[in-house]
Design a binder for this molecule. Structure first.
Ligand SMILES: Cc1cc2nc3c(=O)[nH]c(=O)nc-3n(C[C@H](O)[C@H](O)[C@H](O)COP(=O)(O)OP(=O)(O)OC[C@H]3O[C@@H](n4cnc5c(N)ncnc54)[C@H](O)[C@@H]3O)c2cc1C
Length: 380
């Protein structure tokens, strides 16, 4: 059987796992091209390490040229156009017009301009460059009001904004300056991490125990860097000395122009991650479906397993895989080495099912292992 060309756009959690899985289950029947605009991968959670100054940007990056799988070729290119009808993809260096299965795994980008004042006067740790700038700002921070605001939904990794508050509490405590710092957080949801009431309560308790002032159902729409005031949608004003944003997310270029993302994100059949186009899949942060599956690496990764099996079923004419369940294990840092754990499935039942495990030191090692296992698997 001739090899089928699988073109994967984006080498994050979803793209890396899909390429790896295809190298395991279809090394002879697939030829995989994996494209990313970057030269190296890093985990989302590593940005917290950079923000805290515990690791440098160089230390967290794993170069894609370490991928050594016989049927996988990595190319550092930027995707500039996608025609989903013909599966023709244009990059800054090539045109791909022989694609049998096209997989869009391009994640989510940020729209900083959607929040006036943010680019000039705010900080964030959702990009690597932003985490480095925030690390430097924190080093100079003499004390005052730190306002951490979620500026829109959906956003990556539901616990990550609250991990930010927990880690900042820990940082200022270790520095001996916590008494001179007020930590405030605003978010549009009714509660933090509202997967289930029990899970949300774990984060509410964490915020209360660390004396973080919480403003639920509050949307900051713009900030004024001169007066250092954040303005909310319902007309309130919240003063700050340091403003940290979870920025508004959007699908990366060139998806808007491709016709794949009519409502901002790419709609998929959540059973098998198919888009409306023949042999075109979308998975991970870039996709959306009738039911909510949060934007997190672990769900992108489990979707990749379904897509790999679906591609192989299509090539071999065999039975389709079991439907995607949106399941996985999430770790959340509570500061001081404490890590909480949530085992969750969003699509298996009629409502999300989750089991929470209280923050404990033992889960720190488990989280490290989680990262190490993936690095070993993807980059070999
Ligand atoms: C602070 C923080 C902490 C997090 N912690 C966790 C955690 O503990 N657990 C967890 O599961 N998730 C966590 N996440 C979320 C996780 O990082 C993402 O949900 C995950 O990476 C999504 O995987 P993906 O493959 O869909 O997208 P990504 O991993 O973002 O990969 C998309 C890739 O596409 C590439 N790309 C985009 N546009 C183009 C283009 N035009 N041309 C070429 N390449 C392009 C990008 O460079 C990128 O490498 C965290 C995120 C943040 C910000």
């Amino acid at each position: 059987m001739p090899q089928r060309h699988v073109l994967i756009l984006g080498a994050g959690f979803a793209g890396l796992e899909l390429a790896t899985r295809l190298s395991e289950i279809a090394p002879d029947t697939t030829r995989v091209t994996l494209i990313d605009r970057n030269a190296a991968f890093f985990f989302g959670f590593s940005k917290l390490e950079v923000m805290l100054g515990r690791q440098t940007a160089d230390e967290i990056q794993i170069p894609y040229n370490k991928i050594a799988k016989a049927n996988v070729t990595f190319r550092q290119e930027t995707v500039t156009a996608i025609d989903p009808e013909t599966r023709r993809v244009t990059t800054d260096a090539n045109v791909y017009d022989d694609v049998d299965h096209l997989v869009v795994a391009m994640g989510a980008d940020y729209d900083f301009d959607a929040t006036p004042g943010l680019a000039e006067g705010g900080h964030e740790y959702y990009t690597l460059a932003g985490a480095e700038r925030l690390r430097d700002a924190l080093a100079d921070f003499a004390g005052g009001r730190v306002l951490l605001s979620i500026l829109g939904q959906p956003f990556k990794c539901p616990p990550a904004p609250f991990e930010g508050s927990f880690m900042l509490d820990n940082l200022f405590t270790e520095r001996g300056t916590r008494d001179g710092v007020s930590l405030i957080t605003t978010f549009p949801m009714r509660g933090p991490v509202p997967v289930t009431g029990e899970v949300s309560q774990m984060f509410k308790d964490g915020l209360a125990a660390r004396d973080v002032e919480v403003h639920p159902e509050t949307l900051v729409t713009h900030i004024d860097p001169d007066t250092k005031v954040a303005h909310t949608k319902d007309g309130r004003e919240i003063p700050y000395d340091l403003f940290i944003a979870i920025p508004i997310h959007r699908a990366p270029e060139p998806l808007a122009a491709s016709g794949l993302a009519p409502n901002g994100w790419i709609p998929v059949d959540q059973d098998d991650l198919h888009t409306a186009f023949d042999r075109v899949y979308a998975l991970g942060d870039v996709c959306t479906g009738p039911r909510t599956v949060p934007k997190a690496g672990i769900f992108a990764e489990s979707a990749a397993l379904v897509v790999a099996d679906d591609i192989v079923a299509d090539i071999e004419g065999s039975a389709k895989p079991a439907p995607y369940e949106g399941s996985g294990v999430c770790y959340a840092e509570f500061g001081g080495g404490l890590v909480g754990k949530v085992e969750v499935s969003f699509l298996r039942g009629d409502a999300p099912e989750a089991q929470r495990h209280e923050p404990a030191l033992e889960f720190l090692e488990e989280k490290r292992e989680f990262g190490a296992v993936r690095v070993a698997r993807w980059f070999s």
